[in-house]
Design a protein. Structure first.
Lengths: 344, 351, 283
C-alpha cells in the first residue's frame, strides 16, 4: 500500500562492476510495476536493494517519502517471493505460512494466528495441505506457500523475483491471472521482476525496462510497445521481434529525407505480404521459412540479405522460395539514430 | 560404455553378455576383497573376546605361575562380575567417564558452534586463522596431556595467569593456587579441559561445513519476514543442522568415552582414583593391581556397555546421514501437480 | 561496528586461549633447566634460548652440568615410532582399500558390515589388552615391530575402510564397466581404471591413518618395553622418572612428536572432516 521512490540508486561491486547505475523510479501507491530486462541487467540487484538484502553504493530509497535505505530488511515491512521459493523445507506448510506472525513480538494470540493461517491458506488454495512437510510438496504448491508466507504479514510492498519461471506453462498463466486479481483486490503495491516480456506486458500497470544497469524506459505497456524510446526497448518487447532495417533500403519511409545513419524499426504485425507487382510493395523479399502458429503465420523473409519477419493471416500461405512484396503501415514505423539508438 | 567395443561385439543383446560377465565374477571378487579385512578383524576381535571371557571367570593373574589356558585352576564363576557390578570402583569410573564426556562434548559443541558462526562470513585472514584453530587437534593426545600437566602445576602458568588477572589487574582476590592436579574434586575438570582444548577444533570444522551448506535464500526469506539473528538460529539454522550436529556429537562422545592418553599423562588417574576414566581404571587394574581375572570381567562389561550404546547410536547416525542428503538437496516434488482444472476449481471453491 | 569489534575480540580471545598451550610447549623446549619450573616464578618467555633440550633428546648432549634423572636420548623411540606407524599404515591401507572397494562397488558383507566396522571403533582398546598380551607373548610378538604393526593396522583399519569407501563411491560405475568391456578382468579394472581415480583420496587416507598410528600411546605402552618403545611411551617414562619435572627435554620431544601430524594434517585439511566422521560428512 506504499509508494516507492528510487532516487539515483547505484550499486557497484568490488572489481568495478556497476550493476545498477543512477536509477530513478517512482512506483505509485497500489500499482503493479514490472522490472523487465535480460539477465544481468540489474533488475534483481535493484530488487535486493529495495528489500534491504543489499546496500546501495549511493542513492536513496523511500517508502511513502520515508528514507529506508539504511533500515534492515526485517523492519521494512516488505514481502519477498524468491525465484526458487526459498520456503522452509524442514517445516510444515502451516509453520511456513505462520512463520512471519510467530516471530513477531507482541503479536496476535495463538488462536488469532491460527485463524490467520487458515484464512491465507484458503486464499492461496492450500487448506488441505497444512500438515504436510513443505519440502515434499509439488513445485506449484511450494509457490503457493511462498506467496501465503509473504502475504500473511500484510506487507506494504510486495516484491516478486521471477516467481513463476519454474512453473509449468498452464499453471504459470493461471498464477499470473490470480496474482493480478489479488493485487487489484487488495490494492497492494507490487514490484515484479521478470525477463519475460509477455509476462510484463500482460500483468503490469507500468514497466521499467533495464539493460546493463541502466533504465531504458519507464512507462505503461502501451507506451513501451508503441512508443519505445530506444532501439533496445523496441527490440526487447514484442513476441515476434521487431524488424530492423537500414533506412537506405526503404527511403520512402525515412523522415525528412534522412536516410544515412538511421535504422528503421517495424513490427512484424505492421507488415503485409503482397504480390511483387503490387504498388504498395516497398520491399522485395524471398520466403525463407514459414512458421504456422494456428491463428497466424510467421513468415521469415530475406530482404537484400537481411532477415525480415512478417505476421500474416493463415489464409494465403506462401511457399519457401517464393518472391513476395512487403507492404508497410507507414504510421507504425519507428526510426532510430544509429549512433545513439534513440527514437527520432 | 565404450562404443567401438560394443559395436565390435555386434551380436544380439550386448548388455546381456556384460551382465553375465559381471554377475559371475562379482561375488567372487567381493569375497576376496573383504577377506584380508575379515582376517584382521578376526585376529583383533574374535580371539581376544573368547580369551577374555574365559579368563574373566577366573582369578588368574600372570604372577600365579600357571599359563593362561590353565586359568581354570582358579575358577571363580561370576565372582569377578559380581564384584565389579556391586562394588563402587567400577561404577565410579563409569560415572566419571560419563561426566567428563557430557561436559566435554557440551563445551566442545558450544565453543565450536560459536567459532563456526564467527567464521561463517568471509574476512581477511580467515584461512590463516582457521589453521591456528586446527592446531590443537593435530597434537598427539599424550603430548597434550603433558602440556597441560605443565600448565596446571600449582605454581605453573595457569595459576600465575589467573593471579595476574584477578589479583594484579582486577584486585578481586589474593594469589591463585588452584590444585588443578592435586585436588580430587577438581581433577575431573582438568581432564575435561584438556579434551575440550584438543577437540573443539573438530566440532568447529564439522559445524562450519554444515553452516556453509545452509541454503542462503531461506535465511534471507526469514530475514525479510523480520526474524532476528537469534530467531534465525532457533527456527532455521539449528533444525537444518540437526543431522550434522547429531553425527558430530555422537562421534565425539564415543571417542571421549574411551579417553586414556591425555588423562594418563596428566594425572595417571589420580590422585588416587579421582580422575580415573574407565580406560584408566581398566589399565590400573590390569597392570598395577595385576588382577587379570577381575580386569577381564570389567573389560567384558565395558564391551557389553559399549555395544549397547553402539546399537542405540547407529540408528540416529544412519538416519541422520540419510536426512542430510534429503534435506540439504533441493526438495523434489513428491507427487504430480494437479491438473489445471482441479487448480481452478480449488481456487473457485476457496473463494 | 559494535558487531565487528565484538567479533574480533571473541576470535582474538579464543585464539589466544587455544594457542597458549602450544606457545608454552614451544618456548619450554628452548628454555634452560633453571627456567623450567622455578619455584614461585613463571618465565613467560625464555630468558636464555638454548638448544640443549634438543641435544638431550637426540643424544648429542655435551656435559653441561645438565642433571637428568634418566637417559633422555629419544632417537631410538622416534625411529620406533616412524617404523611402527608407517608399517601400521601400510597394513591398514592394504586391507582397508580392498574392503572399501568391496563395500562401495559390490556391497560386500551386506548392509551390516560397514556398521560393524563402525562399532569396532567404539571399543576402548584397553578392553582387549589382556588377551592381546597373552596372544602376543604366545606368538613372541611382544615388544617387536611386527606386534605393533599388526595391532596398529587392525585398529586403524576401520578408518581406512570408511574413508576410502567415501572416495570409491564418488567414482562412477561406468569407469570400471568400460574397462571390463575393453577386456579387463574385475581386478584389472580395479587397478587400472578405478584406483588411479582415487589417488588423492588414497594419499589423504594414508596420511590420516598415519597420524592416528603416530599418535597412539596406550597400545605401545602395553605392548612394548625397551626394544621398540615408541616416542609417546618414552615421553611418559620421562614423566615418571625425575618426578616428572624434566620439562625441557620432554617439551623438545613433544614438539618433535607434534610436527608430523601438524604438517600432514594441514596438508589434508580438506579431508579432515570426512575422515573424522567416518565419511558421513563430506565438505
Amino acid at each position: 500500500m506504499a509508494q516507492i521512490k528510487i532516487d539515483t540508486l547505484t550499486k557497484e561491486f568490488p572489481g568495478g562492476v556497476v550493476a545498477v547505475n543512477a536509477l530513478n523510479l517512482d512506483v505509485p501507491h497500489g500499482s503493479f510495476m514490472a522490472l523487465l530486462g535480460p539477465s544481468g541487467c540489474g533488475k534483481t540487484t535493484t530488487m535486493n536493494m529495495v528489500s534491504g538484502l543489499e546496500q546501495p553504493t549511493s542513492g536513496e530509497i523511500y517508502f511513502d517519502d520515508e528514507p529506508i535505505t539504511r533500515v534492515s530488511p526485517g523492519s521494512r515491512n516488505v514481502g519477498f517471493v524468491f525465484q526458487n521459493y526459498a520456503i522452509f523445507t524442514h517445516m510444515t506448510v502451516y509453520d511456513n505460512i505462520g512463520f512471519g506472525l510467530k516471530i513477531r513480538k507482541g503479536g496476535l494470540s495463538k488462536a488469532e494466528r491460527h485463524a490467520e493461517v487458515q484464512r491465507i491458506a484458503e486464499i492461496v488454495g492450500l487448506s488441505g495441505s497444512l500438515d504436510r512437510k513443505a519440502g515434499r510438496l509439488s513445485v506449484n504448491d511450494m509457490q503457493k506457500v511462498a506467496l501465503g508466507r509473504s502475504m500473511i504479514v500484510k506487507p506494504a510492498i510486495f516484491l516478486l523475483d521471477e516467481p513463476f519461471s519454474n512453473l509449468d506453462a498452464a499453471f504459470r498463466a493461471y498464477m499470473r491471472a490470480e496474482l493480478k486479481r489479488i493485487q487489484h483486490e487488495i490494492g497492494q503495491t507490487m514490484v515484479y521482476v521478470t525477463h519475460d516480456q509477455v509476462e510484463a506486458m500482460s500483468m503490469a500497470d507500468r514497466i521499467a525496462v533495464m539493460n546493463l544497469g541502466e533504465l531504458q524506459q519507464y512507462g505503461t505497456p502501451d507506451e513501451i510497445y508503441n512508443r519505445p524510446r530506444n532501439r533496445f526497448v523496441a527490440g526487447f518487447v514484442g513476441s515476434t521481434q521487431m524488424n530492423f532495417l537500414p533506412a537506405a533500403l526503404a527511403p520512402s519511409l525515412a523522415e525528412d529525407g534522412r536516410v544515412d545513419g538511421v535504422t528503421l524499426g517495424i513490427r512484424p504485425e505492421a507488415l503485409d505480404l503482397v504480390p511483387t507487382d503490387d504498388p504498395r510493395a516497398l520491399l522485395r523479399a524471398s520466403v525463407v521459412l514459414v512458421e504456422p502458429l494456428g491463428p497466424k503465420d510467421i513468415v521469415h523473409l530475406e530482404v537484400e540479405g537481411r532477415p525480415v519477419r512478417v505476421v500474416a493471416p493463415p489464409g494465403r500461405r506462401p511457399r519457401v522460395g517464393d518472391n513476395v512484396g512487403v507492404a508497410c503501415d507507414t504510421k507504425r514505423v519507428h526510426r532510430f539514430d544509429d549512433e545513439t539508438d534513440l527514437t527520432i | 560404455m565404450s562404443e567401438p567395443a560394443l559395436e565390435a561385439e555386434g551380436r544380439q543383446a550386448p548388455h546381456k553378455r556384460l551382465a553375465a560377465r559381471f554377475g559371475r565374477s562379482e561375488s567372487a571378487v567381493a569375497q576376496t576383497l573383504i577377506a584380508p579385512g575379515q582376517l584382521l578383524l578376526l585376529f583383533v576381535i574374535a580371539f581376544p573376546a573368547i580369551v577374555a571371557i574365559y579368563i574373566s571367570f577366573t582369578g588368574w593373574t600372570p604372577e600365579s605361575g600357571s599359563l593362561w589356558y590353565q586359568a581354570w585352576k582358579y575358577w571363580l564363576w561370576f565372582d569377578n562380575y559380581w564384584e565389579a557390578l556391586s562394588g563402587g570402583a567400577f561404577w565410579h569410573a563409569i560415572l566419571r567417564t560419563v561426566i567428563i564426556t557430557v561436559l566435554a562434548v557440551a563445551f566442545e559443541f558450544a565453543i565450536g558452534f560459536a567459532l563456526a558462526l564467527l567464521f561463517l562470513k568471509q574476512f581477511r585472514g580467515r584461512s590463516l586463522l582457521t589453521v591456528v584453530f586446527l592446531l590443537p587437534m593435530m597434537v598427539v593426545p599424550a603430548v597434550a596431556g603433558f602440556i597441560f600437566y605443565m600448565l596446571f602445576q600449582t605454581d605453573g602458568p595457569v595459576n600465575a595467569g589467573l593471579t595476574i588477572l584477578l589479583h594484579d589487574v582486577l584486585h578481586v582476590t589474593g594469589g591463585i593456587h588452584i590444585g588443578w592436579l592435586t585436588d580430587p574434586s577438581l581433577v575431573i575438570y582438568s581432564v575435561t579441559i584438556v579434551d575440550i582444548w584438543q577437540w573443539t577444533p573438530l566440532m568447529f570444522l564439522i559445524l562450519l561445513s554444515g553452516l556453509v551448506a545452509l541454503p542462503e535464500d531461506q535465511l534471507n526469506a526469514a530475514r525479510i519476514l523480520g526474524a532476528s539473528y537469534l530467531q534465525q538460529l532457533r527456527y532455521l539454522v539449528l533444525p537444518m543442522m540437526k543431522p550434522i550436529i547429531l553425527i558430530a556429537v555422537i562421534i565425539r562422545a564415543i571417542e571421549t568415552l574411551k579417553l586414556f592418553d591425555s588423562a594418563w599423562l596428566l594425572t595417571q588417574g589420580g590422585p588416587g582414583d579421582a580422575s580415573s576414566t574407565i580406560s584408566v581404571y581398566l589399565y590400573k587394574t590390569t597392570f598395577i593391581a595385576t588382577r587379570w581375572g577381575y580386569a577381564s570381567a570389567v573389560a567384558i562389561l565395558v564391551l557389553i556397555f559399549v555395544s549397547i550404546l553402539g546399537m542405540r547410536a547407529i540408528r540416529p547416525i544412519e538416519a541422520a546421514t540419510r536426512e542430510t542428503i534429503e534435506e540439504l538437496a533441493t526438495a523434489e516434488p513428491a507427487d504430480e501437480a494437479p491438473s489445471l482444472e482441479q487448480e481452478i476449481e480449488a481456487g473457485a471453491v476457496a473463494r | 561496528m559494535l558487531r565487528i569489534t565484538g567479533k574480533v575480540v571473541s576470535i582474538a580471545v579464543l585464539g589466544a586461549g587455544f594457542l597458549f598451550p602450544l606457545y608454552w610447549i614451544l618456548t619450554m623446549a628452548f628454555k634452560p633447566q633453571d627456567e623450567w619450573s622455578p619455584v614461585g616464578h613463571v618465565y613467560w618467555t625464555p630468558q636464555h634460548w638454548t638448544l640443549d633440550n634438543f641435544r638431550q633428546i637426540f643424544g648429542v648432549a655435551q656435559s653441561t652440568g645438565f642433571f637428568t634423572a634418566a637417559p633422555t636420548d629419544a632417537t631410538g623411540p622416534i625411529v620406533h615410532s616412524i617404523v611402527s606407524a608407517t608399517g601400521g599404515t601400510l597394513l591398514a591401507m592394504a586391507a582397508g582399500v580392498f574392503t572399501a572397494y568391496g563395500i562401495a562397488r559390490f556391497r560386500a558383507g551386506g548392509s551390516f558390515l560397514p556398521f560393524q566396522i563402525l562399532q569396532l571403533r567404539m571399543f576402548p582398546p584397553v578392553a582387549i589388552v589382556i588377551p592381546l598380551l597373552i596372544m602376543y607373548s604366545y606368538l613372541h610378538l611382544v615388544d617387536t615391530y611386527w606386534g605393533l604393526i599388526l595391532i596398529y593396522g587392525a585398529v586403524t583399519f576401520p578408518f581406512a575402510v570408511w574413508l576410502m569407501r567415501s572416495f570409491f563411491v564418488e567414482v562412477p560405475r561406468e569407469i570400471s564397466e568400460a574397462a571390463i568391456v575393453d577386456g579387463c578382468s574385475q581386478w584389472g579394472a580395479f587397478f587400472k581404471a578405478v584406483l588411479p581415480q582415487v589417488r588423492g583420496g588414497l594419499a589423504a587416507t594414508a596420511l590420516f591413518v598415519f597420524i592416528l598410528n603416530w599418535s597412539d600411546f596406550l597400545l605401545a605402552l602395553v605392548l612394548t618395553s625397551n626394544r621398540v618403545q615408541t616416542a609417546p611411551v618414552f615421553l611418559n617414562s620421562l614423566q615418571s622418572a625425575g618426578a616428572g619435572q624434566e620439562y625441557g627435554p620432554q617439551a623438545a620431544l613433544g614438539l618433535v612428536l607434534i610436527v608430523p601430524p601438524a604438517v600432514f594434517g594441514l596438508a589434508i585439511q580438506r579431508y579432515l572432516v570426512r575422515g573424522l566422521t567416518f565419511g558421513a560428512i563430506k565438505r
